[in-house]
Structure formats: C-alpha cells, structure tokens
Design a protein around this ligand. Structure first.
Ligand code: NI
Length: 172
C-alpha cells in the first residue's frame, strides 16, 4: 500500500468525468488499498479515485469514529437510486478543498447500487451523514466539487484563497 498525492482545487484534473471500471481485479483492489490508506492518513471520511488522479468510478469511505474499529467501504461503479425529496443540511469539507467547511443541502436518503471489493453487486440504503458523504463522493466522479453547490460569491472566495495558498507554498 502507498499514500498517494491528493489533488486540490482548482486543479482542472478534478473536473474530469470518471469512467466505469470494467473488471474489479487486483489492480483495482490495489488502487482501493492505496486510496484507503491515503484517506486515513489525511483524516478524511471519503475519497474518490479522481482525487488521486485516477479518473475511474471508484470511492472509498469510512464513517467510523476515531475510537471505533475501522469500517471501510469500497464502492465501484456506484449508482444513486431513489434520492428522497426531503433534504439534509450538513457542513461539508473535502480533502481536495482543504480547510474549508460549508453547509450543503442534499437529499436526506438514497439507495446506492455498486460493486464491492470482490466485484460483487450490492445495494445499500443510506441516510444522514452516510447519504451526504456518498452523494459528495459521487459528485467527484462527475467532476463536481461541494463548492459548486455554494453561491458563486462563496465559491470564488474559496478558490481565490486556495490559489493564494498554493502560490505561497510554491515559493516557500
Ligand atoms: Ni471531496
């Protein structure tokens, strides 16, 4: 396993639409292992493959608290079915938009169909933080960031600050 570099906004590579995985083989499992290690290292709860510059429809998540046993979830080619009409508001963050947290409104519940670590088709019902996290990660697969759900004013302000930080880091 290896920790990979996480792309940060406004890197245009994050805007790619990821393509479906054809076969869940050892190469895909190895990528998912790296993604999980990278996510744990960065103290995130979800990571999409595009965030480590692999434009494939793969997500890893773990919503277990710090005191709990790890409970990793691997989702290949996930599809969201039946999003609810009622919504939840959660303060979201993203490893590709470091240090910024903003409230985003999304469907409160949904069903997700996906292939697991072994390539077996599964479906789960998600609600609460779980539903929000899955929808946030699904957005990544379509080149969308959580800041795209904010007002243009807020989004532009975040992008400006990120660019400034990146310039300063480059000259440090
Ligand atoms: Ni994210």
């Amino acid at each position: 396993m290896a920790i990979r570099e996480i792309l940060t906004a406004p890197d245009q590579r994050l805007r790619q639409v990821s393509t479906p995985v054809e076969v869940v083989d050892d190469a895909v499992r190895s990528l998912m292992d790296d993604m999980l290690e990278t996510m744990y290292d960065a103290k995130g709860i979800g990571l999409a493959a595009i965030q480590v510059n692999v434009p494939k429809r793969i997500i890893v998540m773990d919503l277990a608290g710090e005191e709990e046993e790890p409970s990793p979830l691997y989702l290949v080619n996930p599809e969201i079915l039946d999003p609810s009409d009622d919504t939840n508001l959660y303060q979201e963050g993203c490893l590709s938009v470091p240090e910024f947290y903003e409230e985003v409104e999304r469907p409160a519940r949904c069903r997700v169909r996906y292939l697991d670590y072994e390539g077996v088709e599964r479906a789960i019902d998600a609600e609460g933080l779980f539903a929000t996290c899955i929808q946030h990660e699904m957005d990544h697969l379509n080149g969308v960031l959580f800041i795209d759900h904010l007002s243009r004013l807020k989004r532009d302000r975040i992008i400006r600050k990120l660019k400034k930080e990146q310039r300063q880091a480059a000259f440090a």
